[in-house]
Design a binder for this molecule. Structure first.
Ligand SMILES: *[C@@H]1O[C@H](CO)[C@@H](O)[C@H](O)[C@H]1NC(C)=O
Ligand SMILES: *[C@@H]1O[C@H](CO)[C@@H](O)[C@H](O)[C@H]1NC(C)=O
Ligand SMILES: *[C@@H]1O[C@H](CO)[C@@H](O)[C@H](O)[C@H]1NC(C)=O
Ligand SMILES: *[C@@H]1O[C@H](CO)[C@@H](O)[C@H](O)[C@H]1NC(C)=O
Length: 479
């Protein structure tokens, strides 16, 4: 009896799902601008060559102390003179970086690096200090990027889903990056696709969800279909995608479903650089080729004025730790379960903040800000905590932190295992005062890398994202 009922229920359930899929497929035909893929693709680069690029000799590797720049067979295809020059300049950049790596001989985070840099650059912006794995190497890489790096933005597709994105609320980084790239990226953008090192697919997954997704259907097929069609269009109109299977192409998405959408084209998923807020290694995020994107919550399109001027260091922060947020995702239930009704004056954990209490005032009044993953691994709290000069406490699993190939997160944040959530108070109270002061200094120093400027400024979040893409295109790891 019981079994028969279960069987019946699951059949009904399957039928419901199936009908949703059918409806979605029918609907998507009308919504999409491009026709579906039909024939089997024929690529100009064999899978063998592609694999050589992705593993083996051209695998991402730490900058070596010696050795010639590696030949990248994959990209030394029969090419125009221009392409040859492009690759030669990249090779020169790799060599310059290897030289710095060998000079610093494994020494990391040397606090006196600033005094050894003589290139006429603005001294205030020279990276220095414990927040970097290797500040000199990062600086060299950054300067090389400024010298040569060029991005081509595909002109194909129409507003709103392409060439536009949200500039407000939780996914604002999608729109802000896209607009900066399309309209103000200045020297980093080229209109000559033959002069580009990387190619940007300028679509917004957040707008796909807004315009193509059927609410509550939990069906991401229309998103995948759009991405699939977009790749088909650019790969038939332009020669660049087919030459590399998309290895020198990138997409950017902050929406939780960015990774799902990227499955619309297997090469985009497997081979291209995916710049994602939802950088979950358990869902296919590959730190060697993909880029972790910070989530920045802009209510009404701006950073809250409260976060622009945190209190001076002499101000006592009243609370040890603070969190307020909904009970979703795999981690927050633990946090709320242990700490929500704890009535502890040191650790303030709320599910919904009572109306008379102010979220940012809590952040500005706490030494540590708890940043648990929610529906996806990234949390806008991390960047808010940095703005509030509240040391972020990262509570996540499978999350690759933004810019972690350059930044030493241990120098400005605390990571606590999910299993240690019950011991949070013990762990945070045990951090000595001078260690806390150093962490806070780190938070202040790293702020500029998470700041949005209009137009963008050197070393700000736009340029850090671009630098992460640059490293993946160079096929080089800085650590
Ligand atoms: C790239 O490959 C696809 C799939 O085989 C093909 O339809 C398209 O025409 C190719 N693009 C160019 C520019 O040759
Ligand atoms: C930092 O670099 C300077 C100059 O390269 C060197 O003299 C000094 O010994 C280094 N300090 C550490 C702690 O490695
Ligand atoms: C993508 O990667 C998956 C898993 O490694 C593999 O099974 C699949 O064949 C790859 N597809 C392409 C087109 O490279
Ligand atoms: C990361 O991916 C794993 C595997 O799909 C999933 O179980 C986990 O919930 C994801 N993390 C978050 C915060 O979504």
């Amino acid at each position: 009896m019981e079994i028969a009922r279960k069987y019946l229920l699951s059949t009904i359930f399957s039928l419901i799902i199936l009908s949703f899929i059918i409806i979605a497929v029918l609907r998507s035909d009308h919504l999409l601008q491009f026709a579906p893929i039909s024939s089997k693709p024929a690529y100009s680069v064999s899978m063998d060559q592609l694999r050589t690029k992705l593993s083996g000799e051209n695998q991402l590797h730490a900058v070596r102390n010696s050795g010639e720049p590696r030949r990248n067979k994959f990209r030394n295809r029969p090419a125009t003179r221009k392409l040859g020059t492009l690759e030669q300049r990249l090779a020169a950049a790799r060599a310059a970086m290897r030289k710095v790596a060998s000079e610093s001989g494994g020494e990391r985070s040397n606090h006196s690096v600033a005094t050894t840099v003589h290139d006429g650059a603005d001294r205030h912006s020279v990276p220095v200090g414990a927040i970097y794995h290797n500040a000199r190497l990062f600086y060299r890489s950054y300067l090389e990027m400024e010298k040569i790096f060029k991005v081509y933005v595909y002109p194909d597709g129409e507003i709103p889903i392409t060439h536009d994105g949200p500039c407000k609320d939780i996914y604002s980084i999608e729109g802000r990056f896209l607009h900066e790239m399309e309209h103000s990226a200045g020297k980093f953008r080229t209109n000559d696709p033959n002069a580009a090192h990387v190619y940007f697919l300028p679509f917004s997954v957040t707008w796909m969800v807004k315009y193509l997704y059927t609410p509550l259907s939990y069906d991401v097929t229309p998103l995948k279909q759009f991405v699939s069609d977009y790749v088909r269009v650019i790969s038939s109109k332009h020669p660049f995608w087919n030459k590399t299977h998309g290895a020198d192409h990138f997409m950017l998405a902050c929406h939780d479903w960015g990774p799902h959408a990227s499955r619309g084209n297997t090469f985009l998923y497997n081979t291209s650089i995916r710049v994602l807020c939802n950088a979950n290694t358990s869902e296919g995020f590959s730190p060697r080729k993909d880029v972790s994107l910070p989530e920045i919550h802009l209510y009404g399109g701006e950073v809250s004025p409260k976060l622009l001027s945190p209190p001076p260091d002499t101000t006592i922060r009243r609370y040890l730790a603070f969190f307020a947020g909904g009970l979703h995702g795999p981690i927050r239930p633990h946090l709320l379960h242990h700490w929500k009704n704890h009535h502890d004056d040191d650790i303030r954990v709320y599910e919904y903040l009572p109306k008379d209490l102010d979220y940012y005032s809590f952040m500005l009044n706490s030494k540590f800000c708890l940043c648990p993953s929610g529906h996806e691994v990234a949390s806008p709290r991390i960047v808010e905590a940095i703005y509030a000069e509240c040391v972020p406490v990262i509570l996540s699993k499978f999350y690759v932190l933004p810019f972690s190939d350059v930044l030493q997160w241990e120098a400005f944040s605390v990571q606590v295992e999910v299993s240690d959530i019950p011991r949070l108070k013990e762990i945070l109270s045990a951090i000595p005062e001078d260690k806390y002061r150093k962490l806070k200094e780190g938070v202040k120093a790293v702020r500029k890398h998470f700041t949005l400027n209009q137009p963008a400024k050197r070393f700000d979040v736009f340029h850090m994202i671009l630098h992460s893409i640059w490293l993946r295109r160079l096929n080089i790891e800085l650590r």
